[in-house]
Design a protein around this ligand. Sequence first.
Ligand SMILES: [Zn+2]
Length: 190
Amino acid sequence: MGSHSATNHTPRPGDSTSAHDGHGAWPGEFRFCPHCATELVKRQVGGKLRNACPSCEFVHFRNPGVGAAVVVRDQAGRILLVKRAPGATQAGKWSIPAGYLDYGEEVRAGAARELLEETGLVADVDEVVWVATNFHDPAKVTVGIWFAGTVTGGELIAGDDAEAVGWFALDALPMLAFDTDEAYIASLQE
Ligand SMILES: [Zn+2]
């Protein structure tokens, strides 16, 4: 692992306004209570304005989702990437195999599942090699965790929301979908 000084500077919807007090600067907020369907109102909770239900106890503490990625490299040092299928975020561009965790799913199990779904490969999910917050979709901010993976089986084939899979030398990368993947790969080239 290199130094993790790399950062991205994706615009953050709240930076210039008041996202940190929960003032609705981020898109995609709940409008109705998921428990009782009453329209939510803004209320100060824990020092921030949050969407809260006037009918029941629900307060929307909006948290980032979690994405898990698996970094697989071959003996030549090439990295395995997937081409994002039509309908996926940043379709047509490439990313390190990754996806969202399901609620209740253990993080390494989720990482292995995503790798299998997208590439057909079975892997041991090893140490964390990168962690970053993904701001590319302001309506769905996530914390990404990139794991090193060691392939133990399977057969390389594009699946799920991947249109293609391929090995790429670090100095001959295709167009990448996410600046966080880019920052990680850049750290490998330092
Ligand atoms: Zn409610």
